[in-house]
Design a protein around this ligand. Structure first.
Ligand SMILES: [Zn+2]
Length: 356
């Protein structure tokens, strides 16, 4: 009997799992998905290595799940795609026997109607099933002044908390570019969160409940760039923890559960240091996009002569190629390569066999 229920977790189950990660010094990979191929590959990987996983939809990922051909006026497609994706995860998580935290990624101020629509859907889901659709949502109001960031976040958090949905907030700015938000030219000081800002967020969010995590900026950058522009400084996380312990007279370790964005390209040593300082969730997107693609590429290259026409290949002019170009064939190759890279993420995060 595992410590955590199989299926999509909610309410105190989520907090318990993240606290457990903190206590056992591991972080859970939070994987951006865009369709059933990536969702299923996540579940298959987590099942095979016997660990929980965080599956997350970005705004763009939700929209893509609904199909690029659907009108997204008023975030309609993003909401529908987010609901449809969540239903798929709910159905499959139990079948695969995996504990899943189902989450949405960055939601800037202009995208709030998207998360509002998903909370509406969670309310409807809650009436029938006594659980929300999503385990947690991220609100990223880091572009706004911190007072406004926390004011809007706590308003949403109150509504979410009543349904058992956790919140992730962002303080400071993750550099780089992701999902259409470009922070490549941001002022460098914003790339490092101050301990006082974390304390302020802790104070405001704790008034609602303890079901929150904080994405802090410590020189992390979305995407993969040539190294050298910003320096990863996980010690910022420790300074924040120490500051909060002292300021509020807390006992114990790591009162704040941190989220590591923009971890692609980080060394295992840097990742482990961040985990020591309270990181319990690390987002992984760019490296898995690359892995999915290379799986398809590495399948195509040796089969190039079989992929130019429906009939006719190096073995003969009349031989059909259907078995080679069937999307199930090359999409599966993408999934296999994605899985392999995801296992490495679980290893880096000290998250192997943690569902015991
Ligand atoms: Zn991010």
């Amino acid at each position: 009997m595992s410590k955590f229920r199989k299926g999509v977790l909610h309410g105190d189950e989520v907090t318990a799992l993240l606290d457990y990660a903190n206590e056992k010094n591991f972080a859970i990979p939070a994987v951006n998905v865009v369709g059933t191929n990536t969702v299923n590959a996540c579940l298959e990987t987590a099942r095979d290595i016997n660990s929980p996983i965080i599956i997350q939809f970005s705004n763009g990922g939700s929209t893509f799940f609904a199909g690029k051909g659907l009108d997204n006026e008023g975030q309609k497609a993003a909401i529908l795609g987010g609901v449809s994706g969540a239903m798929h995860v709910h159905n499959m998580a139990e079948a695969y026997g995996v504990s899943v935290i189902l989450h949405t990624d960055h939601c800037a101020k202009k995208l709030l109607p998207w998360v509002s629509g998903l909370i509406d859907a969670s309310e409807r889901h809650y009436e029938k099933n006594k659980m929300p659709l999503y385990s947690s949502h991220m609100l990223d109001l880091s572009e706004e002044p911190i007072e406004e960031n926390l004011e809007i976040s706590t308003d949403y958090f109150k509504r979410m908390n009543a349904l058992g949905i956790s919140i992730e907030v962002e303080l400071g700015v993750t550099g780089g570019e992701e999902d259409g938000v470009d922070n490549t030219d941001i002022d460098n000081s914003k790339l490092y969160t101050q301990p006082d800002e974390v304390a302020y967020a802790y104070e405001k969010l704790s008034e609602v409940s303890d079901r929150f995590t904080v994405a802090a900026a410590f020189g992390n950058v979305h995407g993969v760039y040539k190294p050298g522009n910003v320096e990863l400084t996980p010690i910022i996380l420790k300074n924040s923890q120490d500051h909060i312990i002292k300021k509020y007279g807390l006992s114990g370790n790591n009162p704040i559960k941190f989220v590591f964005h923009g971890g692609s390209g980080s060394s295992t040593a840097e990742i482990r240091e961040a985990i020591d300082y309270g990181v319990v969730k690390m987002n992984i997107d760019t490296d898995l996009q690359w892995a999915f693609w290379t799986g398809v590429r590495d399948y195509y290259e040796p089969h190039v002569g079989y992929m130019q026409s429906q009939i006719g290949n190096p073995e003969g002019d009349d031989i059909p190629n259907k078995k080679k170009y069937d999307p199930r064939k090359w999409l599966r190759e993408g999934e296999q390569s994605f899985k392999k890279r995801l296992v490495k993420a679980f290893e880096d995060l000290n998250c192997m066999n943690t569902a015991v």
